[in-house]
Design a protein around this ligand. Structure first.
Ligand code: GUN
Length: 292
């Protein structure tokens, strides 16, 4: 079994991005600028956004973190997005999800200028992804594809089973893995909460992508010998073995499957760091006007 080291690959990508920023600075171009909007005090969102801001600093990007209280009105949020849409000094805008219940996430996503939508959540960018047109592919699916590419994993003709159909991960990665691309050409099965005989299906996977959000859901009995496992889940659970009092668990029981799979992404240190690297890559693309 080989561990797919997301930390290592993400560091490589971030170094490439930092070099590109330096080259642009020498040409008197300003550094890329990412704006992130964070509403409320969701612990996981706080952690993710802090990691994104820190990653910006590391590669030489400018970042702006805009925070609002939980009770901000939808109108006020939309107004801020509109302001950023017209700000020539900002290349990328993300609004961290989930948003409080009184705010319509789809409306917010659609209000972001597609040319600054470095999360790739806008319907226009999702449509472009389907048609293989230049666009921003959302960071987690893009990170999975890049990790498979850099480890030279062959996907053509393989059976890829995706567990979970979220708009952010399950649905887009199921489309990408079926496309006629270097990483793709799989026969894809998208499974979800209403799927019958899930274990029977996961047992047929050559590539198993799990994005369900249920800690250690997949064990040895659910996989085939030699499968490549991509674990997208991150669940924070209490632990008396760590300094912080918390530990992170994936959707896959690592110890149960480790002897049976060919490749696996660890949690933490697998898909998570790749997601951040791909967000930076999308922001660089926007600054370089490579998409719009
Ligand atoms: N919430 C969970 N993942 C993401 C992400 O990739 N982008 C945003 N904006 N919110 C998220």
């Amino acid at each position: 079994m080989e561990v797919l080291d997301g930390n290592k690959v993400a560091t490589e990508i971030k170094n490439e991005i930092a070099e590109s920023v330096k080259r642009n600075l020498k040409l008197n171009k300003r550094p890329p600028h990412l704006a992130a909007i964070l509403v409320g005090k969701n612990g996981a969102s706080e952690t993710y956004v802090a990691a994104k801001v820190k990653a910006c600093e590391k590669v030489g990007f400018v970042s702006s973190l805009i925070r609002y209280e939980e009770n901000i009105s939808e109108e006020k949020l939309l107004k801020k997005i509109e302001e950023i849409n017209f700000d020539d000094k900002i290349d990328g805008l993300i609004v961290q999800l989930p948003l409080p219940k009184h705010i319509n996430e789809i409306k917010v996503t659609q209000s972001i200028n597609p040319s600054k939508d470095v999360d790739g959540f806008h319907p226009l960018n999702l449509g472009k992804m389907q048609l293989n047109l230049p666009t921003y592919i959302s960071a987690t699916p893009a990170g999975i594809i890049e990790l498979l590419k850099r480890y030279n994993i062959k996907t053509s003709g393989k059976h890829c089973v995706v567990v979970g159909r979220s708009n952010i991960v399950g649905l887009p990665i199921s489309i990408l893995m079926g496309k006629n691309n270097e990483i793709g050409n799989c026969t894809v099965t998208l499974t979800h909460s209403r799927t019958k005989n899930l274990k029977h299906i996961t047992n047929q996977a050559d590539i198993l992508i799990v994005a369900l959000g249920k800690a250690e859901f997949i064990d040895k009995s659910m996989i085939k010998e030699g499968v490549c496992i991509i674990d997208v889940g991150i669940t924070r659970v209490k632990s008396n073995k760590t300094k912080s009092g918390w530990k992170l668990l994936g959707d896959v029981n690592f110890n149960s499957v480790k002897e049976s799979c060919s490749y696996i992404t660890p949690v933490p240190g697998g898909v998570g760091p790749m997601t951040i690297a791909m967000l930076l890559q999308n922001t660089l693309k926007s600054a370089n006007k490579e998409v719009y």
